[in-house]
Ligand binder design. Structure first.
Ligand code: XIL
Length: 307
């Protein structure tokens, strides 16, 4: 399958997909996850609104389902996401006190990072391969400045270090990522991401990696190599393509993304944002590697041939 070939060619890089309980219980989808993907990211199950819909009340069901499936099927897991302005419950959005919000961020991260890191590490004992990767998502505007959210409005840029310090404390084994969209070329947002990572890491290394989501338009993959190289220039251990989908799914665009990740030593892998066009959040754009009947598309065949 795709992942196995990518690993064979590169020695280590993974190709993954997002998934969750419904897609794991979908026979056609899970068969492809097993054969072609080596890593999973929770599509929605690890978001704040799913895990902690009201203060102190956690719903672990769907996230546990995904983690248990990944562990028993030998798939790497990326955690998604610890701190994000979106899919954030209103009880968090309404906090306007610095100390309260700091405690709430720390409590959330302690619960989530603590639950999965130890479990996966302890179960598999090969944490170099099966490491979780935890992220803080979408904190910048297109011009590289800090995005307005309850986190930045109440705590300023300090929320970034607060979150990463907590993640490091409660899960010392996982790689900690910043993750954002439109980091598709060496643009202002990419440069802003590099700048904030350098600032935060100046006081002690907190951010291990940068994820570029890559929700691309047709013919939009041309800047991928420049983006990955610029992000790697922040001095992080890793960069990753975390949510790849491409309008029209042309073979050429997919090959361009593949080759960019192959050329950048710090690029650890590529995650497709779904297996098939049937289940994609952009399903009307035909963006993925398998069609609405779970059949491989031309872009899939092109990747397999190139590997
Ligand atoms: C999307 C999911 O795919 C949808 O099911 C959900 O309704 C909305 O979120 N950037 C991200 C992902 O970081 O979490 C988003 O996933 C897509 C955009």
């Amino acid at each position: 399958g795709l992942h196995a070939k990518f690993v064979a060619k590169t020695g280590k890089k993974y190709w993954g997909s997002c998934a969750d309980a419904g897609l794991i219980n979908n026979a056609a989808n899970v068969a492809i996850l097993r054969s072609d993907f080596g890593q999973v990211t929770g599509e929605n199950s690890m978001k704040w609104d799913a895990l902690q819909p009201s203060r102190g009340n956690f719903n672990w069901g769907n996230a546990d389902t995904l983690v248990n499936w990944a562990v028993s099927n030998g798939k790497l897991i990326r955690g998604h996401t610890l701190v994000w302005h979106s899919q954030l419950p209103s009880w968090v959005q309404g906090i306007n006190n610095r100390d309260t919000l700091t405690t709430v961020i720390q409590d959330h991260i302690r619960a989530v990072a603590g639950r999965y890191a130890g479990k996966i590490y302890g179960l598999l004992l090969i944490f170099l391969l099966y490491l979780t990767k935890l992220s803080v998502s979408e904190i910048l505007n297109e011009n590289g400045t800090l995005r307005s959210s309850v986190f930045s409005n109440v705590l300023g840029e300090s929320f970034v270090a607060i979150a990463f310090r907590a993640a490091r404390q409660y899960d010392p084994y996982s790689k900690l990522y910043i993750n954002d969209y439109n980091l598709d070329s060496n643009n202002a947002k990419t440069q802003g991401t590099v700048a904030i990572v350098k600032r935060v890491n100046q006081a002690g290394k907190l951010i291990d990696g940068i994820g570029t989501q890559m929700h691309l338009e047709a013919n939009g993959a041309g800047g991928t190599l420049a983006a990955l190289q610029a992000l790697a220039g922040a001095g992080v251990e890793e960069v990753a393509i975390t949510e790849l989908d491409i309008k029209g799914a042309s073979s050429n665009d997919y090959l361009t993304v593949l080759n960019a990740c192959r050329q950048v030593p710090t690029c650890v892998g590529i995650t497709s944002w779904g297996v098939s066009d049937r289940d994609s959040w952009r399903s009307q754009n035909s963006p993925l590697l398998f069609d609405t009947n779970y059949r491989p598309k031309a872009a899939y065949n092109a990747l397999i041939s190139a590997l």
